[in-house]
Design a protein around this ligand. Structure first.
Ligand code: SF4
Length: 194
């Protein structure tokens, strides 16, 4: 994983390399049972090189703690490893350029559950595993079993709302909390209960 982070650090495969301050490869234990994937780094993440350290990160830590998890137990990363200017949504080509890094991270970590936060991360991961993605609303809060590779153990993909949703839409807090409560229930059904 460290080697991969170094590779990401010097990557210039898409436009985002021109505007980033630092790359944000992700952090957490290796291997790891639970992986969380967001859309892309924001301002604070770009400055520090660490994922989810801004306001959304504080919200995420609270939501995880509410279901008995700490940040130290999960690996947190995003679909693109460089900040899109003004926090815009990463484009299709940028995602396509960066997705091999995410794929390699999943291979290295061998997680039992992948939690995709928000529409962009969910759509990208569903496409990676060739799962139909009708719309984010239809998949959020549900668990989708997939096989990482032939003969590998089954893994769950669980889409939830992105924690940043409540920074611009405070009433969405209850939906977000509901998603994480549901997530907590799913995580207790995976092979070795937490
Ligand atoms: S977003 Fe990904 S593909 Fe684009 S420059 Fe950064 S590391 Fe490379």
């Amino acid at each position: 994983m460290e080697r991969l982070a170094k590779e990401i650090e010097t990557c210039s495969a898409c436009n985002l390399s021109g505007s980033r301050t630092r790359t944000v490869p992700g952090e957490g234990p290796v291997p790891c049972r639970i992986m969380l994937i967001g859309e892309g780094p924001g301002k604070k993440e770009d400055e520090t090189g660490r994922p989810f350290v801004g306001r959304a990160g504080t919200i995420l830590s609270t939501l995880l703690s509410d279901i008995g998890l700490s940040r130290e137990e999960v690996f947190i990363t995003s679909v693109v490893k460089c900040r899109p200017p003004k926090n815009r949504t990463p484009g299709r080509e940028e995602i396509a350029s960066c997705i091999p890094f995410l794929h390699t991270q999943i291979e290295i970590l061998s997680p039992e559950a992948i939690v995709t936060m928000g529409r962009v991360a969910s759509a990208a991961v569903f496409e990676m595993f060739e799962i139909q993605f009708p719309s984010f609303k239809e998949v959020r809060g549900r668990a989708f079993p997939v096989q990482r590779q032939e003969n590998a153990d089954e893994m769950l993909i669980i889409p939830v709302y992105h924690p940043a949703v409540i920074t611009h839409n405070p009433p969405a807090r209850s939906i977000l909390e509901e998603d994480f409560r549901q997530l907590g229930k799913y995580l207790h059904t995976i092979r070795d209960p937490l």
